[in-house]
Design a protein. Structure first.
Length: 241
């Protein structure tokens, strides 16, 4: 009985949120790989960078007492980046992201609750009864139209994305950046014909201290650089090889 009520409320959240996202310009979307059966996705009209997709994942969660909550994550996705990375050996990829990893197409992501403004709107509300559904949907809508829209705007050109990719992780060494974002950005520069920019990002990255042995290393970066040079002659030329 409780499970049926929970499922009914979850379906109501999904249906009403799908309608709300359509009004905001987002349509249902299926990423290449999705392992969570409680997730449903939406794709935006466009993000400004060719070969990328602005996507939002809505994830239904449940409390022990049967309440339902819908949280969100903003994604910048590129199936083309995923295809190129999957063609490389594991030694050229980040540790733990082999050629069969479902995350290779993800350029960048941010959880809704990590975006600015959560202090004013609060975290995703729990839905206990059907009367609570509109509140949950409105919370999600406000995040999408506010902080999420700003997050995508900050990544709607290669120039902006390059700046994002080189931003140090807050509170740690200036050499600590998000290596997955940087690698995806380099590939996007290449597939969009910006070979000099890709070469510049790579040269700067090879000069960084790599204090992330559990994720990346100088050897992995060098292998990534070589894999790109072997596949893309224009990139190889821009790297001076």
């Amino acid at each position: 009985m409780a499970a049926r009520k929970r499922d009914r409320i979850a379906n109501m959240v999904k249906e009403e949120l799908t309608d709300a996202m359509a009004r905001a310009g987002y349509m249902p979307y299926e990423p290449l790989v999705e392992s969570n059966e409680d997730a449903f996705w939406f794709k935006g009209d466009g993000v400004g960078i060719p070969h990328t997709i602005a996507a939002v994942e809505a994830l239904i969660g449940y409390s022990r007492d049967g309440a339902t909550r819908c949280t969100g994550t903003a994604f910048l996705i590129s199936p083309m980046v995923g295809d190129i990375l999957r063609s490389m050996s594991s030694d050229a990829l980040l540790r733990g992201r082999g050629p069969d990893s479902p995350s290779l197409e993800r350029v960048d992501l941010r959880f809704f609750n990590e975006l600015p403004g959560v202090e004013s709107v609060g975290k995703a509300p729990w839905v206990i009864t059907e009367a609570d559904v509109p509140t949950a949907v409105q919370w999600f809508e406000r995040r999408v139209s506010g902080a999420v829209a700003t997050w995508f705007d900050d990544r709607n050109s290669l120039e902006k994305l390059m700046r994002v990719a080189e931003e140090p992780i807050r509170g740690v060494s200036p050499d600590r950046i998000y290596p997955g974002v940087l690698r995806a950005t380099i590939v996007l520069c290449i597939v969009n014909g910006h070979f000099a920019e890709a070469a510049g990002l790579m040269a700067a990255h090879l000069e960084r201290d790599h204090p992330q042995p559990n994720v990346d290393s100088f050897e992995r970066v060098a292998a990534f650089d070589k894999a790109l040079a072997d596949r893309f002659p224009e990139y190889r030329s821009a790297r001076g090889r």
